[in-house]
Design a protein around this ligand. Structure first.
Ligand code: ADP
Length: 366
């Protein structure tokens, strides 16, 4: 078992040595004895002790309380004050630093042991509370950000719908047929855009709550991919979307809707982030147990500095320029891949294109 590491900060050397011997006897590891506040800070950085025993009345520029305050600004190490006698004012100052205990000289072995183990237990408890508060804070930030972002994203299409509906209501009879058709298409596109955003957000929140279930079905992955690739080829004149595969037919047992989300996001990104056009390769390699799907483009690529934020909700790289997006797609792709026990990796160089690779088992369990 690892010994708990203790640092002694005490300027009376004989008292410090005797305390060190007691600590050794009790099975602790003494990381050192230091006699001033400055040295205490240095030694804390160097040895990262589990507990610091700090004499309240240190001589020098910083007394024990001041040193404790400084250490607590940066480290979460429990500090126990050592004291023989202290006046009321000193005790009040010491109390204000929320110490993990006091040991009154002359020390008794039993007191040393109980005070240190109580301090360690309380510090662990405090650490857990702090961690769960931080997680809660992060979640709240994400929720607020999501709400603000969604309201913002929905405002545009809603304004379009309202504007064109009002135009059609007021001047419907006077508007030429082909213009009317154009307005109706604007409305349909706006509703589709809103619907897609809401569906993706719903998917993310369900995944976050662990409520996203797989609805598995057997289907031929090759014809499914052919259908999607063909659709993207038909609506994009500047790009050559190509399917490459080592199989003719390949039956899988997967969630088709979720798989479609993955592919749609990767393909629409490949197309929109290669505004100059070029080849988009969708490559499928499959064997008896897993599928490897690669979506490769020759577009703007991903800056090195952004790569660790790539799958973070609402984050976008700064080389996107005026290319539209909301930073939702890849978060969904990652969640969807992980939900199917798969992994996603990316290879990309700014200005040279990107390659997203997902590997997932070909059979899932419900
Ligand atoms: P969106 O495309 O809506 O911004 P995504 O979550 O799909 O959101 O992608 C997040 C970010 O990752 C994008 O904003 C872009 O910076 C980067 N990215 C994703 N796919 C590509 C790609 N194929 N090429 C270059 N950058 C990409």
């Amino acid at each position: 078992m690892n010994k708990d590491k203790i640092l002694i900060v005490e300027d009376e050397l004989i008292a410090a040595e005797s305390l060190s011997l007691d600590l050794n006897k009790l099975g602790y590891e003494v990381m050192g004895i230091v006699t001033s506040g400055e040295k205490a800070i240095e030694k804390t950085i160097a040895t990262n002790p589990d507990v610091i025993l700090m004499d309240i009345h240190l001589k020098g520029k910083m007394d024990g309380i001041h040193t404790a305050e400084k250490i607590m600004e940066t480290f979460h190490i429990p500090i126990i004050y050592l004291t023989a006698y202290a006046d009321v004012e000193t005790i009040e100052r010491a109390k204000a630093t929320n110490p993990y205990g006091y040991l009154v000289k002359p020390y008794k072995l039993v007191d040393i042991r109980t005070t240190i183990s109580m301090a360690i237990a309380k510090a662990e408890e405090d650490k857990k509370i702090k961690q769960s508060l931080e997680i809660e804070k992060k979640l709240n930030e994400i929720k607020t950000k999501t709400l603000a972002r969604t309201s913002h994203d929905l405002r545009n299409p809603l304004t379009n719908i309202l504007g064109y509906t009002e135009l059609l209501k007021e001047y419907g009879e006077k508007i030429p047929e082909e213009k009317k058709e154009k307005y109706f298409n604007f409305i349909i596109n706006s509703v589709t855009e809103m619907n897609d955003s809401l569906e993706e957000l719903l998917l993310i929140s369900k995944a976050d709550e662990g409520k996203l279930k797989l609805y598995l079905e057997e289907f031929d992955l090759i014809s499914f991919l052919q259908e999607i690739v063909e659709m993207y080829q038909n609506i994009n004149e500047n790009h050559h979307v190509k399917l490459i595969t080592n199989a003719e037919g390949y039956l899988v047992f997967l969630d088709k809707t979720i798989f479609r989300h993955i592919l749609n996001n990767l393909l629409s990104n490949a197309i929109k982030y290669s505004p100059q056009g070029g080849e988009i390769k969708v490559e499928l390699k499959c064997n008896d147990c897993e599928i490897m799907l690669r979506v490769e483009d020759q577009g703007i690529g991903i800056p090195e500095s952004y790569k660790d934020k790539l799958f973070t909700l609402f984050e976008r790289a700064d080389n996107v320029g005026s290319i539209k997006g909301n930073g939702l797609g890849l978060s969904i792709v990652k969640k969807a891949v992980e939900l199917q026990n798969g992994i996603i990796t990316v290879e990309s160089k700014e200005g040279k294109g990107s390659k997203f690779v997902i590997t997932i088992p070909q059979q899932q369990e419900e």
